[in-house]
Design a protein around this ligand. Structure first.
Ligand SMILES: Cc1cc2nc3c(=O)[nH]c(=O)nc-3n(C[C@H](O)[C@H](O)[C@H](O)COP(=O)(O)OP(=O)(O)OC[C@H]3O[C@@H](n4cnc5c(N)ncnc54)[C@H](O)[C@@H]3O)c2cc1C
Ligand code: SF4
Length: 331
């Protein structure tokens, strides 16, 4: 086995060229996912290219009221940025409800989107896991699957996507900007996360060596009245069992505009489009919220220990919508 090499890149193109040249090489940002996985012997890079010196940490307000968030902006800095807190509280809340203060100081936004699943069979390094070792099977299907997904699953993988931030960004139609040897790309965030299908080892459409440089969030007045609700086993330092990012605008008691995305229950950050369609134009009351949640969850596929998530997700959606409606909602 080759020893793990380390290099600190000072330029974006240099970092991309170095990683692209060696399939065993990976980018290193805050290291809060990557170093963990190297220690567990689940990730086995031959080289790490430290990208922390790259000029990709800016948090900018855009003319359309949107945001441009550098890929190396830290979770804690983004959560406190005035433009985020005022215009996109759902992003600030999703960040602050994730990980711990120490981790948020280290962890970057790019790394957050690319964090790996928390499935214990993936992380133990030995169990059958199609994501870690293609074709080896999925120990979670009939195993300890209490934390696993009920939406977007396949017979090859049922792991949930762990990011809270990504749920908020999916609700807001963010765009992931990348640079690679083939040039620059702008990838709508809903296309950035792949369903497991027959290829659970593929989690995103990035080429090897393609670098996330920024995330853009388009201006959305509705997001001023938005929130993130997260249900988990303990109050802090824990991943979601079910979560909802919601933004709502009311028109004389009815829903004029709504954004809804779910976390903790799906294999990718889940835009609840069925529920959104069901909500448009209906009275902003608990009965409408419960009916829309039921529509979204109609295609849920629970497995043994995670069956409770159907009811939990329904309650999280209803409660998040009730809270958003109570904020006033008229923008
Ligand atoms: C104990 C614990 C609890 C946590 N709880 C939560 C939680 O509740 N909610 C939540 O959302 N997250 C949680 N996290 C995850 C945490 O948010 C991520 O580990 C972190 O955001 C990753 O960012 P990083 O900069 O450390 O990435 P790194 O670990 O440096 O990198 C992660 C991956 O992304 C790649 N990468 C990094 N930056 C780029 C880039 N710009 N372009 C291309 N590839 C890149 C790396 O090669 C690597 O594969 C938790 C983590 C831990 C350890
Ligand atoms: S759920 Fe996915 S990550 Fe977990 S063991 Fe199955 S294939 Fe691996």
């Amino acid at each position: 086995m080759r020893p793990l090499s380390y290099a600190r890149a000072t330029g974006v193109d240099e970092a991309i060229a170095t990683v692209s040249a060696d399939r065993g090489c990976a980018f290193l940002a805050g290291g809060t996912t990557e170093v963990d996985l190297v220690r567990l012997n689940v990730a086995r890079p031959t080289g790490l290219v430290d990208i922390n010196a790259l000029p990709l940490d800016r948090i900018e307000d855009l003319a359309d009221g949107g945001l441009r968030l550098g890929a190396l902006a830290r979770m804690s800095d983004v959560a406190e940025a005035p433009g985020v807190v005022e215009r996109f509280p759902v992003i600030a809340q999703a960040l602050l409800l994730g990980a711990s203060p120490q981790l948020r100081h280290m962890a970057s936004l790019g790394g957050n989107l690319l964090q790996r699943v928390r499935c214990s069979y993936f992380r133990d390094g030995v169990s059958p896991c199609n994501k870690r070792m293609r074709g080896s099977g999925c120990a979670a299907l009939d195993g300890f699957n209490r934390g696993h997904a009920i939406l977007g699953t396949s017979e090859h993988c049922i792991a949930t996507h762990p990011s809270d931030l990504a749920v908020a960004l999916v609700a807001l139609d963010a765009v992931v900007h990348t640079r690679g040897l083939g040039g620059d790309r702008a990838i709508p965030i809903d296309d950035f996360f792949l369903l497991p299908g027959e290829t659970p080892q593929l989690e995103h459409p990035l080429e090897h060596g393609e670098l996330i440089v920024a995330i853009e969030v388009p201006g959305a007045p509705v997001a001023r009245r938005s929130l993130y609700l997260k249900a988990r086993d303990r109050e802090s330092y824990e991943f979601a069992l079910a979560s909802a990012a919601v933004a709502l605008r009311l028109e004389t008691g009815r829903i004029g505009e709504v954004r809804l995305a779910l976390g903790g229950i799906a294999t990718k950050p889940w835009r609840a489009r069925r529920a959104e369609r069901a909500l448009l134009g209906v009275p902003a009351d608990t009965a409408s919220f419960a009916e829309a949640a039921g529509e979204e969850l109609a295609s849920a596929v629970p497995r043994g220990l995670n069956a409770f998530k159907v009811e939990l997700a329904r309650r999280v959606m209803v409660r998040a919508l009730e809270a958003a409606a109570a904020m006033g909602g008229a923008v």
